[in-house]
Design a protein around this ligand. Structure first.
Ligand code: HPA
Length: 267
């Protein structure tokens, strides 16, 4: 008999009942160190889990606790720009849903389109623009595939995150995230267009996972760490190394906020 990823998780962690799944993007890796009673399982041991190929992105599943909540953390995600396929996180997220996760907390690094969100700012996604027009649900059957994307980012979870940030004396912005497949960064003309169509931040991830999660019936909270002003908005030269260095500078604050939010989350 071939084991599924869910079989492996149930065998290794028979008592586990996590209700919150967390996906870590660039700059959010410190969260992994803050998981208590942690058990780490490599994606290699979970059939169908992807092996991310991007520097700065790990590939372990961590089960444990943040505050009173039992959580499962995915330390890396598959990006559409790696293969052209938008459905690389479908099997992991459905596995976590089947394991009992009702909430997906996503994190990412993004470029800012707002002067009042300089590098180092944090933003909760209020909505997204799927500019790529790709869907991880292509090929699905059944009427459930026509999933509503209204309230894709759960208003109740976002309000809780904003309240926790305020209590910490930290500023958490809210805004619209536009998905650009990449892996090349945007042109200044593309960024001007994104500003006009209502985007506040731009990045290369998160949107496919939100679509998968909504289709799977999970509620989503997503937080961006703004690592740079978007192309053409400042003189800095964009590169992956720049993203990682800016992300490292803000990582403690980002992880602290996320862990406080998760610890206090009312499901
Ligand atoms: N564009 C796209 N993705 C990003 C950026 C950006 O400016 N910064 C971090 N991830």
């Amino acid at each position: 008999m071939t084991l599924t990823a869910l079989d492996v998780l149930r065998q290794r962690l028979p008592q586990a009942r996590p209700r919150i799944a967390i996906v870590l993007g660039s700059g959010w890796g410190d969260v992994a160190q803050r998981v208590q009673d942690a058990t780490r399982i490599s994606y290699r041991d979970l059939p169908g889990f992807p092996l991310p190929s991007v520097q700065g992105h790990a590939s372990d599943l961590i089960h444990g606790r943040i505050g009173a909540h039992e959580v499962v953390v995915l330390t890396g995600r598959k990006h559409t720009y790696e293969t052209g396929d938008a459905d690389g996180m479908k099997l992991p997220l459905r596995t976590l849903r089947d394991w009992g996760c009702e909430v997906l907390v996503q994190t990412n690094a993004a470029g800012s389109l707002q002067a009042n969100m300089p590098p180092g700012s944090l933003m909760a996604l209020s909505d997204h623009i799927n500019f790529s027009q790709r869907s991880p649900l292509i090929g699905e059957s059944g009427s459930e595939r026509f999933v509503s994307m209204v309230n894709a980012y759960d208003a109740g979870l976002r309000e809780q995150a904003l309240a926790v940030a305020a209590a910490r004396g930290d500023t958490l912005h809210t805004g619209v995230y536009v998905w650009f497949v990449g892996p090349q960064f945007e042109t200044p003309a593309e960024i001007r267009m994104f500003s006009r169509i209502g985007a506040d931040a731009v990045g290369m991830s998160t949107v496919p996972e939100t679509i998968i999660a909504r289709h799977a019936g999970m509620r989503v909270l997503a937080l961006s760490l703004l690592t740079n002003m978007a192309a053409g908005m400042s003189t800095e030269v964009l590169s992956h190394a720049h993203t990682l260095s800016q992300a490292a500078a803000a990582s403690e604050r980002a992880a602290g906020l996320l862990c406080d939010v998760v610890a206090q989350l009312q499901l």
